[in-house]
Structure formats: C-alpha cells, structure tokens
Design a binder for this molecule. Structure first.
Ligand SMILES: C[S@@+](CC[C@H](N)C(=O)[O-])C[C@H]1O[C@@H](n2cnc3c(N)ncnc32)[C@H](O)[C@@H]1O
Length: 343
C-alpha cells in the first residue's frame, strides 16, 4: 500500500471513490454558495481566517477543511502554507461561469429530493422524490420560494451559457419571423436568435414568477424591446400564431403523456408553416455514464420527467401529429430537434 492508501485495483476502493462524489459535490456547491472563487479572483490569495471573516463564516476550522479538499481537487492552490489561491479550474466556480449551477446542485431542496430517490423508486404512486421532500412539485415549489426560484433560474442560465449553443446563425429561421420560446426561462436563447435577425420578434413564455423576474432584468437591455413577455401555464394555453416554437430543455421535464400534450399544444398554436425547434439531451443506445445519463436520473428525481433515445423521441413527436426531421448533435447534453406538422 502506498502512503496515500492507494490499494490499486481493489473494487472496494473503487466503490468508496465513487461514493466520494457526494462529498466533492457538496464541497464545491458550498464553496460556490459562499462565493469563495469570486473573492479569491477579486482579492487574491488569503488564509482561511480572512476568508471566513469576509464570507461571514463562523467555523474557521471547517472552512479550512473545505478549502483543503478543494485544493486537493485542483480548484485551489496553496502558494504559501495556509494561504489559498484560485486556479484555472477553480474559476469555473465563479458567478459568470458555472458557480450558480454548482450552488443549485447542493442546495437543500435538491439534496433532500435525492435522499428520497429510494422511496420514489419503491412507491412511485406516492409522488416524485422532489414532491416527497417538499410536499409540492418542483415548479409549484419555486413559485412560492423566491430564493430557490432565483437559484434555479440562475443555474439554468449558467448551464445555457456553458452550453454556448450558438444557434443564431445556424438555425434556418427567416428574419421577420415570430419566435415563441416556451418555458424560455431568462430568455438567453431567444435574445441570441434575435441578435442575428433584426426584423424578427420574440415571445418569451414562462410561469408568472419567472416572467416577473425577467421583466426587471430586461429593463434597458438591447433587443429586449422586441420581446413580448407572456406569463402563463403551458398546460392551460400558449401564445398562438408564431412561426417557430422553441422548447429548450423543457420536454425532458415531463413524462410522455405531458410532453406529447405540450407538443400538441405547440402544433395547434403555430402558424400554418410553423416549426417546432426543440433542444434536449439524447440518451445513447448503450449505458455510458455521460451527462445525458445523469440528467435522466435528475429529471426523474426533480420532475418525474426523463431523457429519451432517438426512437423514443421520434415516437413522441409522432404521437403529437408531428414529423421529426432534423436531429443534430449540438453539445454533450444537447441535440437539436426540428419538427413540422405531419402533411
Ligand atoms: C429546465 S428550464 C429551461 C429554461 C430555458 N428554456 C433554458 O433552457 O434556458 C424549464 C423551464 O420551464 C418552465 N416551466 C415549467 N413548467 C411550466 C409551465 N407549466 N408553464 C410555463 N413554463 C413552465 C420553468 O419555469 C423553466 O423556466
């Protein structure tokens, strides 16, 4: 055995290493929530006591343990004993990178929901793991908890930024089109599409609490005057007459019946030559543990939704009277799906 306890190919070690994902994920999430990376970038290297004071932490020793784990993982360095500095990897935890996403992953409501996965698998009739944790579905909960809603919207926005889906020039959407973003969150994708089409207009449709926050964030931003902010519930009705209906990371939130209902609503609402442009993960035919596979379980925990394989997606669109044409890989967790009404 080496000094670090490395026992080579022992499967027990392998199991413990994988289970350590819990500790690593929560340590990273806590660091993001405390704003450690942004502070080290702004103010340079500092010791645990200084960081504890600056971030309002009363337990210096526990913060020191956290920082040492992060240093071991390569997110921080220790240029002089007891003093921590940010590394290139550590910068991914900043607010303008994936910090908001990391914070969301370890937030109490997420953690509690995952602890209920075993119950949800045993007795699905009693609700999703998330419903068991907070007594409500994810979106009902977010409508009543402003801090959690801000965390969620910021996390999705950070993930969307990370994906860097530059669809602006690639998508064949004519200038002058009306683009309706269904469940469009903070409108990140819609704004990118409009930036390349000066005569196009957008409709951003999402739940009332999301649209309320977007309205404040949009004030004075370029191109936002071409976006109509429309609050609502897409299972009760969606804006009609658009040329393109965007559904980015929305279908995977729902089981097949609800996803087909949403697709049918878009098909009914869109203009005669309208199109649906969906972006979602795609499950590989094998069991590789990629991001799509992780998101599949995440959807089951949070909303009762799921990721899908190619034939399942074709079947889903067909069940809503649509033909899925273009199917193209964009990023590790995103595929572009373009569908039209069946002739
Ligand atoms: C995973 S997020 C995707 C956000 C955005 N499309 C993106 O990819 O950045 C799902 C979005 O669907 C919205 N949503 C969930 N249920 C909804 C409903 N019943 N009606 C309208 N929007 C809903 C959520 O508020 C959230 O913004």
């Amino acid at each position: 055995m080496t000094e670090g306890g490395d026992r080579g190919d022992d499967p027990n070690d392998h199991l413990l290493e994988i289970l350590g994902g819990k500790h690593r994920a929560q340590a990273l999430s806590t660091a993001a929530a405390l704003g450690i990376a942004d502070r080290l970038v702004a103010d340079g290297a500092r010791d645990s006591a200084t960081l504890a004071r600056e971030t309002g932490c009363g337990d210096v020793a526990a913060l020191d343990s956290l920082l040492r784990l992060l240093a071991g993982l390569g997110f921080l360095s220790e240029p002089t004993p007891g003093c921590f500095a940010i590394t290139e990897l550590g910068r991914t935890l900043c607010r303008d990178r994936l910090g908001a996403f990391a914070e969301f992953v370890g937030a109490a409501e997420q953690w509690d929901a995952w602890a209920r996965l075993r119950d949800a698998i045993r007795t699905p009739e009693r609700g999703t793991a998330f419903e068991r944790a907070v007594d409500r579905g994810l979106y009902e909960f977010l409508a009543t908890d402003a801090a959690a809603a801000r965390r969620y919207d910021a996390a999705i926005e950070a993930f969307t930024r990370y994906e860097g889906i530059r669809l602006g020039e690639r998508l064949d959407i004519p200038d002058g089109a009306t683009i309706v973003d269904i469940g469009g969150g903070r409108g990140t994708l819609l704004l990118e599409l409009l930036a390349h089409r000066p005569a196009a207009r957008g409709v951003l449709f999402d739940l009332p609490h999301v649209i309320e926050n977007v309205a404040a964030a949009f004030a004075g931003q370029p191109d936002t005057e071409r976006i109509e902010l429309t609050p609502g519930d897409f299972f009760s009705g969606i804006p009609r007459g658009g040329d393109v209906y965007l559904l980015k990371h929305v279908l995977h939130n729902w089981d097949d019946d609800r996803a087909a209902e949403l697709l049918r609503a878009c098909a009914t609402a869109m203009a005669p030559n309208g199109r649906i442009v969906a972006i979602d993960a795609l499950l590989a035919p094998d069991n590789r543990p990629d991001l799509a596979r992780m998101l599949d379980l995440e959807m089951r925990v949070l909303t009762g939704g799921r990721e899908r394989r190619k034939p399942e997606l074709r079947q889903l669109f067909a069940s809503a009277g649509l033909v899925l044409g273009q199917l193209e890989r964009l990023t590790a967790a995103s595929w572009l799906l373009v569908a039209e009404r069946r002739p």
